[in-house]
Design a protein around this ligand. Structure first.
Ligand SMILES: [Zn+2]
Length: 270
């Protein structure tokens, strides 16, 4: 065929492909079941997208030729189905899986339709990670450079941005002087609190309640933990005597307004 005539045919073919405004194509989460079923509307969109991007490859496959060696689709070994749709090839044709799963339609990653479907998939699967979304997306279509398409969606998603963001760091005030009394022995500056009660086994089939009494050195953060049999003033004073016997008398004792502590303070002052 003379070159001029061939060019004419190409021009006529280009004129017959009607342009689609892809910004008007909306695919939401609610459309996901239709995408999974691969109903007619979705396949029509897919076909239009392929005609825009893979026109040369389509023509070669329609003529029963394989795609050119320098085509971007060569590694996907594309096949043409009876509706003229480009599908993923591969070596798994004999696997006992549905045709749709083995040979999903191919969509170029650079096309707006790929981003629209990937976004719907991302939202359908509750903003999950890249690998999971990509696996779900591949059940519907084979997007070329799919991982980077999904990553791009995740990077621009407001909810994902919020989930990825690091929590703010609280600016702490200066430490009080008692926390920096590093020249004194441990437990010179001490704070104390009680916790519990706990069931404690004293003998076979016999238990009693005990409370923990936790002393902490404000400078070294050393701990001294002992148990008391009640949260009474007397028992707390016994625990304090233990601490004094081992580590010496604290210069200052920091505690909350627990009744046992208040009672102990009163008793020590008297
Ligand atoms: Zn997201």
């Amino acid at each position: 065929m003379p070159v001029k005539e061939e060019m004419k045919k190409v021009k006529v073919h280009q004129a017959t492909v009607e342009k689609t405004d892809w910004t008007q194509v909306k695919i939401g989460v609610e459309d996901w079941p239709h995408l999974l079923e691969k109903d007619g509307t979705f396949l029509k969109l897919d076909k239009k997208c392929q005609e825009e991007v893979y026109a040369a490859d389509l023509r070669r496959l329609q003529k029963k030729k394989s795609v050119r060696g320098d085509s971007s689709l060569v590694s996907l070994a594309p096949i043409l189905d009876e509706d003229g749709l480009l599908r993923l090839g591969g070596r798994s044709s004999k696997a006992k899986l549905p045709y749709e799963v083995l040979h999903p339609p191919i969509i170029p990653g650079s096309h707006p339709l790929a981003s629209t479907i990937a976004k719907a998939c991302h939202e359908k699967f509750t903003h999950a990670g890249t690998d999971f979304v990509l696996a779900q997306l591949r059940q519907v279509v084979w997007v070329t450079r799919g991982r980077s398409v999904v990553k791009k969606i995740r990077l621009s998603c407001l909810q994902c941005m919020k989930e990825r963001s690091k929590p703010g760091i609280q600016l702490m005030a200066d430490l009080p002087a008692c926390r920096l009394d590093y020249e004194s022995p441990a437990f010179t500056q001490t704070s104390v609190d009680c916790f519990g009660p706990f069931e404690c086994e004293t003998s076979r089939n016999r238990t009693k309640k005990v409370w923990g009494c936790l002393f902490t050195c404000l400078v070294t953060r050393a701990l001294y933990v002992t148990t008391v049999e009640s949260i009474s003033t007397e028992d707390f004073l016994l625990a304090l005597r233990q601490l004094v016997a081992i580590y010496g008398r604290p210069k200052r004792l920091w505690l909350d307004n627990g009744t046992n502590f208040v009672g102990a303070e009163r008793e020590l002052r008297e």
